[in-house]
Design a protein around this ligand. Structure first.
Ligand code: ADP
Ligand code: MG
Length: 270
């Protein structure tokens, strides 16, 4: 389309730049031409431009949120095979994907053996929360404890805690046998306490409740942590076989076995 450098167009471009409306700026001439051709009134024209700007803004914000959440890998629920995990409450998973628990500041606890898809599901739930405009951060518990201890040594602890406080959803992956020093355990407990009724938590663990003392090192801390975590909490139990193991078994049962280079390295011989 031929660009007409009228005075109003030059000024409009200038103003839209200052107003930080890049999508409106890019589309305004095109939409104006089409609106004129289709006899769309002025308000209809303005509405379409606003919608374009808003949509693109939301898309950019969602990408930023996803980036800030720092998920270890991308996972979708479409890739999750529920038949491989028959003990899992699928109805509850689908309900949690809708994110109402976040509004109610409820928590989710994903308990099960290694390889049963806890991290996969936690990532799906976190990704869905990002798409709903929520601020999310994923941590492996050991990494969070290290970050907290380092922040404490550098006198940056309150800054890190302020960042965590601003989240809508904090994912604590692999609450397991952390070689947690007493200080580490207290810092972790502090984060869980701070989140209570303010930020939703998703915690994944392969530990049955009775072993939690070994993680936190003290009956008092364990009791208090469990109390806060499990108050208003959805529990997803995944006690099936490791997905990798069962997937490898399925492949072995197939009559035509895959070629050697089609088998992932951690699915190798059983
Ligand atoms: P966990 O955190 O329970 O140890 P992961 O979520 O890390 O297990 O799962 C291990 C691998 O197996 C990941 O690549 C994950 O995507 C895959 N996986 C686990 N369960 C399933 C499932 N039911 N359907 C599809 N992939 C799965
Ligand atoms: Mg995991």
């Amino acid at each position: 389309m031929e660009k007409k450098e009228t005075k109003s167009l030059v000024l409009l471009e200038h103003h839209l730049k200052r107003l930080k409306m890049p999508s409106m700026l890019r589309e305004c001439e095109k939409v104006a031409a089409r609106s004129a051709k289709e006899n769309v009134d002025h308000l209809g024209f303005l509405l379409e431009l606003c919608e374009i700007e808003l949509l693109e803004r939301e898309k950019r914000a969602a990408a930023r949120r996803l980036n800030a959440a720092k998920f270890p890998t991308q996972k979708t629920l479409d890739d999750f095979d529920f038949t491989a995990q028959p003990s899992l409450n699928k109805v509850l998973v689908l309900e949690l994907m809708r994110g109402e628990y976040l509004v109610r500041r409820e928590n989710c606890l994903l308990v099960g053996n290694p390889g049963t898809g806890k991290t996969h599901l936690a990532t799906c739930l976190g990704t869905a929360a990002c798409a709903m405009g929520k601020r999310v951060r994923f941590f492996r518990v050991t990494d969070l404890v290290t970050d907290l201890m380092e922040a404490r040594d550098d006198r940056m602890l309150s800054r890190l805690k302020t960042q965590l406080r601003k989240l809508d959803l904090l994912i604590l992956d692999e609450l397991g046998y952390v070689p947690a020093s007493k200080v580490g355990a207290e810092l972790l407990f502090d984060v869980i306490s701070q989140a209570y009724e303010r930020t939703s938590l998703i915690v994944t663990t392969n530990l049955p409740f009775e072993n939690w003392t070994e993680v936190l090192g003290s009956e008092r801390l364990t009791g208090a942590t469990l109390d806060r975590l499990t108050h208003r909490c959805h529990i997803l139990e995944m006690n099936g076989e490791s997905y990798r193991v069962s997937d490898a078994k399925r492949r072995r049962r197939r009559p035509s076995r895959p070629k050697k280079d089609e088998v992932g390295e951690d699915e190798a011989p059983l």
